[in-house]
Ligand binder design. Sequence first.
Ligand SMILES: NC(=O)c1ccc[n+]([C@@H]2O[C@H](COP(=O)([O-])OP(=O)(O)OC[C@H]3O[C@@H](n4cnc5c(N)ncnc54)[C@H](OP(=O)(O)O)[C@@H]3O)[C@@H](O)[C@H]2O)c1
Length: 271
Amino acid sequence: MYIDCKSIARTIDEETLSLTSKNRARLVSLAIEPDEGTISYLKSQQKKAKSLNIDHETFVLEDVAALRQKLLELSKDETVHGIFVAHPLPKGIDEFEIASLIDPNKDVEGRNPVNLGKLMYGEESFAPCTAAAVVEILSRNMDLQGRNVVIIGRSNTVGLPLSIMLLRRDRSATVTVCHTKTRNLEEKTLQADVIVVAVGRAAFLKPEVVKDGAFVIDVGINVVGDKVVGDVDPEVEKKAIVTPVPGGVGVVTTAILMNRVARTASRGGQA
Ligand SMILES: NC(=O)c1ccc[n+]([C@@H]2O[C@H](COP(=O)([O-])OP(=O)(O)OC[C@H]3O[C@@H](n4cnc5c(N)ncnc54)[C@H](OP(=O)(O)O)[C@@H]3O)[C@@H](O)[C@H]2O)c1
């Protein structure tokens, strides 16, 4: 069975539209040497922003110096409510330095170390967007208290922040985070009530390592031939409750990002 993530995104979009009908909101996206995937993502972001009455502009910058300069400029610009920096950045760029230059009050994607630090205190208004989307999907479908959640992947954008968010006392899941050095991964996934897969490998999670009726959140985005697929083998859907790809975590992530731009605008620029 698949979880209907599009209806979750629609509910978030409705709130966004009601906010943007009262306050002008503006998102600016920045990229250096965007690859085909990034260009296509930025185009869909533009379309989504337009459908939600959010002004959106994209700047493709020539190098890291230009990116730094633009980030400083946008931080001071009171007409800008959200700043998005497309990833992956070209090799050699210090991601920590760039994330630190995004104004924390406009960091709608949740990359600035200030916003990551706030997670430790349970403050999630600018938590990493994809982790927030996973929490949103799970919270709307179950009581997480005491559930065994296995997260596969420990990136700063997904697995690691998600583990902190699921441990927050009002959720109180029991969280296990797995990675390439994890031993006996299948023993852990077979015990899990919820499995979140954020690995980046098509059909990574096989049905034989998932217990019947488990919730499986597929974060992966992989291009196979001319198709976009997740990290979860399609056979898993026959025994578990799964988020689809495309039309799953990704649509909720984008809805949350746009909602944050609208909320920030409605609060006069404060996160
Ligand atoms: N839907 C969305 O909105 C959204 C947003 C962000 C990312 N994504 C997608 O999600 C996927 C993951 O993204 P990411 O940025 O988190 O990736 P990442 O930074 O490459 O991290 C991948 C993680 O998977 C772990 N891993 C890789 N192979 C493994 C294996 N065989 N067994 C166990 N763990 C393994 C890695 O472990 P180590 O740490 O040991 O290397 C790492 O922690 C990608 O497909 C990406 O495109 C989707």
